[in-house]
Design a protein around this ligand. Structure first.
Ligand code: ADP
Length: 547
């Protein structure tokens, strides 16, 4: 047998964020970062200016005793300061730990202590949220306040701008890094047990950022203006900050101003071409745009929506009424997060096109995906059979940070996602449920995701979340929680009528609960856990449709 022949390429060239930093200087010094200060007021910096501040910040971090491998927390919205931290911390070999500002105190305390954060950088607007926790965070030596607002009672508080001034000008001498070194840390909300830390490497971020440039995916390119609405504390804002830097695209950061009116104003004035956020925010924006036809959102030709299933009606209405094109992506914190993207081939006279757009899409290059049934056997890709999605690839988590208890999430090199899906013959994934949300009625599955989408396609329905209600005869039956638009007099019978041609008869919800708002998780998804608890505690009561 002949020996294998080694390739003669520079295979040791490290895939690190240093490349992105160097590339910004070399190829896109004039690209812009636009950061909202208050609605209607923005700050602008070029990549060249940003890099100068990143150098100062790197020096400041060193002067505070931050060494390679140390974790540095951020408690911040989407701002230029946060972006500077996104680069300076990993580029000195430390780990950027983005904290989800919407979590409860107990979870935050657990996460900061579990991660062992040495410093926390905090937006002045968030000081009151962080202050009560500080005495429970013994490992944090300093809090660095960004903005001129009050530092409150935070112990050892320092000022960001002062630190940068003191650090002085000039290039910083960055250490050489190994591409497998940790660069960033993000905890998932933790649906069971404690939150779990996903520890991204320079290599995984570099490859995932390159993945955001693929034209059948998010398709970031130099001509884009990228509006990152998805929070920078959530899975690296889907890779948009890194991707925009790599592409040399402009990046627009909305700070904490995520209400539809503020976003619509920002879109109209800054003309982003690409935007990323969850369906609830897109749905708010659509309602706002419908009510204010003078607001022009049509610059958005490459919007991306994900985080939960994107209703087909939402995408169609945006396109038809506002010339905004919204595409769907799927992923999770553990997958960096983008793993699949739905950009089917454009087809005329074929409504299969929109069915594909409503799917979660095909795996991105380098992401491999399979479906596995309860017994561990692989499920065929026939568009019908369902199983749990398992994924693998260079930007998928191999295990959690300092956690030995979750081995069951990892299956010999594959990540078990907890999402149930069917995949068709062309590799288009369609999620039918999260494993814990499935409804089993009389031994058959009802897809809560599909049912919700059909309910939300009713013109008066704003939000819908379907949960299982225990049932003596069928084991479980669907209960549909609905929010209707202000002033609508929609009845349960109207919704049933709407569903009749759209879903199988035995899928029709047995009960509806009308509410003012569906409770949301810290990252803006429908929180079915809260709904299920209310149901079991008797505080959520459904109405049976009158036929
Ligand atoms: P959390 O568990 O806190 O929601 P993630 O943000 O990591 O944390 O969420 C990942 C999950 O979100 C996925 O496992 C999946 O259930 C859901 N999800 C993400 N994108 C989509 C999508 N396009 N369609 C359906 N579900 C999605």
């Amino acid at each position: 047998m002949s020996a294998s022949l080694r390739g003669l390429m520079q295979d040791d060239f490290p895939l690190t964020l240093h490349h992105i930093r160097r590339r910004m200087r070399a190829c896109s010094p004039d690209a812009q970062v636009v950061s909202v200060v208050e609605p209607g007021t923005v700050e602008r910096a070029s990549h060249a200016q940003l890099l100068e501040r990143i150098d100062r910040l790197a020096r400041a971090l060193r002067s505070l005793g931050v060494e390679q491998g140390d974790r540095v927390g951020t408690f911040a919205w989407n701002t230029q300061h946060h972006l500077e931290l996104y680069f300076a911390i990993p580029c000195i070999g430390s780990v950027l730990h983005t904290l989800n500002v919407r979590l409860f105190e107990d979870q935050l305390t657990y996460i900061v202590n579990h991660a062992g954060d040495k410093l926390i950088f905090v937006d002045d607007s968030l000081v009151p949220t962080l202050e009560p926790l500080a005495r429970k965070l013994p490992g944090v030596s300093h809090y660095i306040v960004m903005g001129d607002g009050d530092a409150g009672d935070l112990p050892n508080a320092l000022r960001y701008e002062q630190l940068l001034r003191d650090a002085g000008p000039g290039e910083f001498e960055y250490p050489e890094l190994d591409e497998r070194q940790a660069a960033a840390l993000c905890y998932t909300s933790g649906t069971t047990g404690n939150p779990k830390g996903v520890l991204y490497s320079h290599r995984s971020i570099s490859l995932h950022s390159t993945g955001t440039l693929i034209s059948d995916g998010l398709g970031l390119s130099r001509g884009d203006r990228v509006l990152a609405v998805v929070p920078m504390f959530h899975a690296n804002a889907w890779g948009l900050p890194h991707g925009a830097a790599l592409a040399g695209a402009d990046l627009i950061l909305p700070n904490r101003f995520l209400a539809a009116e503020a976003l619509a104003g920002l879109i109209a004035s800054e003309r982003p071409t690409l935007m990323g956020c969850v369906p609830t925010i897109f749905a708010d924006l659509l309602r706002y745009a419908d009510a204010h036809p003078e607001v022009d959102l049509s610059s958005l030709t490459k919007a991306t929506c994900g985080g939960s299933a994107v209703p087909k009606a939402l995408m169609q209405d945006f396109e038809a009424r506002h010339r905004v094109r919204v595409f769907q992506a799927w992923g999770m914190t553990e997958t960096s997060p983008v793993a699949t993207f739905s950009r089917p081939r454009e087809r005329k006279h074929d409504d299969g096109y929109w069915d594909d757009r409503a799917k979660q899409g095909q795996p991105l290059p380098w992401v491999e995906l399979r479906l596995v049934d309860d017994a561990g056997a692989e499920v065929p890709w026939d568009g019908e059979s369902t199983g749990e999605i398992e994924v693998r690839g260079p930007w998928i988590a191999a295990r959690y940070f300092k956690d030995e208890s979750s081995e069951e999430k990892f299956d010999a090199g594959w990540l078990r996602t907890g999402d149930i899906a069917a995949v068709d013959e062309r590799g288009f994934v369609q999620i039918t449920d999260r494993a814990k949300d499935v409804i089993k009625s009389g031994g058959e599955w009802i897809s809560s995701v599909e049912l919700e989408n059909e309910v939300m396609s009713h013109p008066d329905v704003i939000e819908a979340a379907v949960i299982a209600k225990p049932d003596e005869r069928w084991a479980e039956r669907p209960l549909c929680c609905v929010v209707v638009r202000d002033g609508a007099s929609t009845t349960t019978a109207d919704i049933i009528e709407h569903l009749r041609d759209r879903v199988a008869k035995w899928w029709l919800p047995d009960e509806f609960a009308f509410m003012a708002e569906i409770p949301k998780t810290s990252v803006g998804k429908f929180d079915k856990k809260v709904l299920r608890t209310s149901l079991s505690e008797g505080t959520l009561e459904g109405r049976t449709p009158v036929s």
